[in-house]
Design a binder for this molecule. Structure first.
Ligand SMILES: *Cc1c(COP(=O)(O)O)cnc(C)c1O
Length: 411
């Protein structure tokens, strides 16, 4: 008899995005002429930078010639890509990260989940609330939690509430936790962390021998020069942090797939006999066994992000989305709606007006303006009363959506 992984049965049925689709579909059927604009998605809309496309085409040509054809590459990624990342993303910002500590992958989403392979079952795990749902669901699947309660929280996880009251940055816990997920700039709130805030986390992690899982998928959107882009800009972080990065949001690789995870060589965890084990060795073993690398063609595309043209073109992409975010913030504010985020992140986190629940605001916005966003409560109990609007869209759609909101929606 084939037994299944019962942990999957604990998962809350994929609720948020299917429910959004259901409501949008019902509305569209009842109002077939309503021009709906979707500002709910966390996916990019603008095309791949030219530098990346050219590199991908050139690499494809190489694959068509026996003398330049490539079969399996290194599981960790090609050194020419890892070296560019090490020098331009890390060493240029004063982070002592070596190419050998960088692992190329086909996505941060998978890395965030896969990393649990190398950690034990009895870790105390902390996430913020609201949170990127991948961190929670992968822990449920791995058997690191109990059942879900009526608030939507899983037994065994430590939830750190974030809201306007704490600037959307979690208080350092008083209890001891072993693994902590942090995401800055944050999805869904668009919040950022100062060096001081991250230093407090690093100090905590070092004191408790915990490991921080730092998701920097949106670091390229940081425009405030005082903010850290990497956890390794913080003193001591190499002893207690793993960092996830992705080409999805800075260079539009959501459909092309390339990301990276940094595992410092000196980072250690405890074996059950009390000995210290290098995390790098475990992750290297895990990747070599379960992964055969990202395609050569795609890695050449990612490498082009670091060329002179690539740097300029990705900057232009990010400025484009940040300008969208600025327009969203300005227009919503002028409609009397309180907004957060949106200055160093492609997400605007809206306080729902009239104390509406996240879903009531979703319905009201859809019915009065035909604009679709994402209810904050879908990211966790503490997201109730908030709403996420994404800046990933065309300028035309953003302008039109904001025009409708300012004309039809005064809070
Ligand atoms: C988009 C996103 C990522 C990137 O995921 P990929 O699998 O690399 O596309 C990672 N973390 C967060 C929070 C994201 O929103």
């Amino acid at each position: 008899m084939a037994r299944i992984n019962d942990n999957y049965l604990k998962l809350k049925a994929g609720y948020l995005f299917p429910e959004i689709s259901r409501r949008v579909k019902a509305f569209a059927e009842a109002n077939p002429d309503a021009p709906i604009i979707k500002l709910g998605i966390g996916d990019v809309t603008e095309p791949l930078p030219e530098a990346c496309r050219t590199a991908i085409i050139e690499a494809t040509k190489e694959m068509g010639d026996r003398s330049t054809f490539k079969g399996y590459g290194p599981e960790q990624g090609y050194l020419w890509l890892r070296e560019k990342i090490a020098t331009q993303d890390f060493q240029a910002r004063g982070c002592d990260i070596d190419a050998s500590e960088i692992f190329i992958s086909d996505g941060s989403k998978c890395d965030c989940g896969n990393i649990l392979d190398i950690f034990g079952k009895d870790n105390k795990i902390a996430v913020t609330d609201p949170v990127y749902p991948v961190y929670v669901d992968t822990n449920v699947m791995a058997g690191n939690t109990g059942e879900i309660n009526e608030k939507g929280e899983y037994e065994g996880l430590v939830y750190l509430p974030i809201s306007a009251e704490n600037n959307f940055t979690a208080e350092i816990p008083t209890e001891k936790v072993d693994l902590i997920y942090l995401c800055f700039p944050n999805n869904p709130t668009g919040a950022t962390a100062t060096k001081e805030h991250l230093q407090a986390w690093v100090n905590y992690a070092k004191e408790h021998q915990s490991i921080i899982l730092f998701d920097a998928a949106y670091e390229a959107f940081i425009s405030d020069p005082s903010l850290p882009h990497s956890i390794y800009e913080i003193e001591g972080a190499k002893d207690c942090a793993i960092e996830f990065r992705s080409f999805s949001k800075n260079a539009g690789f959501t459909g092309t797939r390339c990301a990276l995870t940094v595992v410092p060589k000196n980072l250690t965890g405890k074996a059950s006999d009390g000995s210290d084990v290098e995390i790098w060795k475990l992750w290297n073993r895990r990747q070599s066994t379960k992964f055969n690398g990202v395609s050569y063609v795609v890695q050449r595309g990612a490498e082009a992000v670091y060329s002179e043209a690539g740097v300029q073109q990705t900057k232009a992409l990010i400025s484009f989305y940040l300008e969208n975010a600025k327009i969203i913030c300005e227009k919503l504010t002028s409609a009397g709606i309180q907004v957060y985020g949106g200055t160093n992140a492609p997400y605007v986190w809206v306080k729902t007006p009239f104390n509406l629940s996240s879903w009531d605001f979703f319905d009201k916005l859809l019915q009065t303006t035909y604009v679709v966003g994402t209810p904050g409560s879908g990211f966790g109990a503490a997201g109730e009363g908030y709403f996420r609007i994404s800046a990933f869209n065309t300028r035309e759609n953003v302008n039109e959506a904001m025009k409708r909101i300012t004309e039809n929606f005064q809070a």
